[in-house]
Ligand binder design. Structure first.
Ligand code: KG4
Ligand code: ZN
Length: 334
């Protein structure tokens, strides 16, 4: 059984061919990142135009690398949401036309659910686990049992990846901020600035907009907006920021595990590539007898392999989509 995965929810255009459940024959990703850099963030119109230009050749490249023809495909899985509306529409329209032309089933996939299953290529999914989803648009704690995903808590404002990107922008470090801060933080003192932990009404919710504002006021005067002469260095701010936000994520993920009495944490989303998160969560969780799963680096950020994998799982459960399915920017976890 051959599944084509299509991902166009944000600034990546990706197609992958999956054989059965685990054998990835190709996973081609074309990023429009270089086009957004000068704006310090993703410009939706540029992202969707890039996907429109790229989708056909990314698809052909994915077939070529998998050494198959379009007529060999048995199933098409496409990101239905959440994401940028224009970008989603490109992938969904392409997928629908192809499914119709080839006469094969189509499955709309939730991008966040797919980030979790990026961990399970070649390793069976634990029966029960806590999912920590950390991307540019979302931050969530989920409880997963027998393939069903329940949201336990989420961010009430910025996503953690967004906080990385905004802090990097304030520090004038470039875009995307996550990998840049990850590297710079290695050279700074994580205890040079103490950021206040946000208070949440709900135990498993997060908030990241306060820390971003706190970084701004480290660099400039609150009233006049003028630069401060005694501001800490960028590397110390980066290290302290990372120490704070990753600390909050790790604590809540372990707390959620203890609350639900499970012994696995599965991490997904672009921030799962973060070296400090990988190190600290693995260490702190091991001390409590908890195993942590991280996706391979290539599958941490957006890719179509995870969409194909999730689509295949849904297909096995008979959850096919109709051809009038459409992109849903605010699609929730069901
Ligand atoms: O999942 P993803 O590729 O796209 C969305 O679905 O949003 O996540 C992108 C986010 C960006 O905010 C980026 O800065 C962040 O992931 N990111 C990182 C790292 N690599 C990517 N954040 C922290 N450390 C990293 N190494
Ligand atoms: Zn993502």
């Amino acid at each position: 059984m051959l599944t084509l995965g299509i991902e166009t929810s944000c600034d990546e255009t990706s197609c992958a061919v999956l054989k059965g459940q685990d054998t990835l024959l190709s996973n081609i990703v074309s990023s429009s990142l270089f086009r957004h850099k000068k704006f310090g963030g993703v410009v939706p119109e540029i992202a969707s135009r890039h996907s429109m230009e790229q989708i056909q050749c990314v698809f052909e490249e994915a077939l070529h690398e998998a050494k198959i023809k379009a007529k060999d495909l048995d199933l098409i899985a496409v990101t239905q949401g959440p994401g940028l509306i224009g970008s989603l529409f490109v992938g969904v329209a392409f997928a629908k036309a192809l499914a119709y032309q080839l006469g094969i089933p189509l499955i709309g996939v939730n991008h966040m659910e797919a980030h979790l299953v990026a961990n399970f290529f070649g390793s069976p999914e634990p029966k029960r686990y806590i999912g920590l989803l950390v991307s540019g648009g979302h931050t969530m704690l989920t409880y997963c049992e027998k393939g069903k995903i329940h949201v336990m808590g989420e961010t009430v404002d910025d996503a953690v990846g967004e906080a990385y990107d905004k802090v990097a922008k304030i520090l004038g470090l470039g875009y995307p901020g996550g990998p840049i801060i990850d590297q710079l933080a290695k050279t700074g003192n994580p205890r040079s600035v103490l950021f206040t932990r946000p208070k949440q009404d709900r135990r498993f919710d997060f908030s990241f907009s306060g820390v971003k504002t706190a970084v701004l006021y480290l660099l400039q005067d609150f009233k006049t907006g003028k630069p401060k002469a005694d501001a800490p260095s960028k590397k110390d701010i980066a290290a302290s920021f990372q120490h704070a936000v990753i600390g909050w994520l790790v604590e809540k993920a372990i707390d959620a595990c203890e609350f639900k009495k499970v012994s696995d944490i599965v991490v997904g989303g672009g921030v799962s590539a973060n070296s400090y998160l990988r190190e600290k969560l693995t260490r702190d969780a091991a001390a409590q007898g908890i195993k942590v799963w991280f996706p391979p680096f290539a599958l941490s950020t957006d890719n179509a392999a995870m969409i194909a994998r999730r689509g295949y799982e849904l297909y096995k459960k008979g959850k096919w989509s109709k051809l009038n399915m459409t992109g849903e920017p605010a699609l929730m976890i069901q």
